[in-house]
Design a protein. Sequence first.
Length: 409
Amino acid sequence: MRVLYLHQHFSTRRGAAGIRSLGSGLALVARGHQVTLVCGSFDAGDTGLDGPFRRGQRRGTVDGLQIIELQLPYSNHLSFSERSRAFLRYALRGLVVALREPCDLVFATSPPLSVGVPGLLAKWLRRKPLVFEARDLWPEFPRAMGIIRNRAVLAALDAFERVAYRSADACIGLAPGIVAAMDARRGRARAPAVLIPNGCDLDLFNESADRRQRPQGVDPDDLLAVYVGTHGLANGLDALLDGAAELLRRGRGDIKLMLVGDGKMKPTLLQRARDEGLSNCLFLDRVPKTEVPALLRSANLGLMVVAPVGAFAYATSPNKFFDYLATPLPVLTNHPGWIADLIREHGCGRAVPAGQPQALAEALIDFADHRGQLEPMARCAAQLAREQFDRRRLAHQFACVLEQAAAGR
């Protein structure tokens, strides 16, 4: 089977972005399928290609995946209007590829939702089976966060979302809330969406037992809590700075918060930390995925926070959470919903209410004062990673969905 894989923000392990598509694509290749992946140029990613662009694209093969990288730069520092233009440009350029490239099935993964444009037209004009994957919900998230307020635009996005879900031969969602939303829009006449969450790259995290040296300013006996991921509006990282300020007010300079990554909000966060003298907050640049295991092993626990938006509760599947499990690290989260439910059920960390810096600080103080609870929680995290979120097993499930869609089932 020849699969045309549409993902604007693809990255290999050399990049500092999620590698779900890499694992999914390699699973298809391992089963004897041919995969052509069409992506853009994401500043946090690395496609594995380094040759020159010719006529706006470059091609190559990476670990058996045939990559078509379109010369369409994208960054988390772009404004909303700049991002929208980048999404539309990928949709149009991807459409040209989708109408010409030999394939037996088209797979499109969002965000952005506009990736559905080439996917749908390839289905309608070329009569190819389409599998659509949603990694978050559009336009629910930008609506809830007030990023998009124009009613006409929101209505158009709602309509396109329904069309994409209903037209697809199969749908995949990364979180329970995404699957529920997909099913509601697909209607009872269509097959239910399949839940395949993000996963734990156990081979990557088992390759090296190295522990990265702690950054300057962190003593060996300090409790070090780490956040690794995008510093964007949706991530709500002000909650961590609020907690850091509360820790300093309580005289707990022995607890350090390390924020690793990049994004539009990082300059604002850095300035706030300087203005408020938050010496217990350390900011590091993003690192390639291959360096994440050693970096996480230098910490005592992982931090999983999001902006206080109700839509996030059951409709996100954060890469960082699964990296913490794979390390393994206990997880402290203010993320309500299914992530908090998993943490409580499996005893691999602690969940505190969103918007309460006192609760976040108290949880960190308790971890610092009772270090004996960290190791059992880490063992529970490792068990959860192996039993439920092994990337290889989830990628096998993904491949089965595509094979069944291609077979008309």
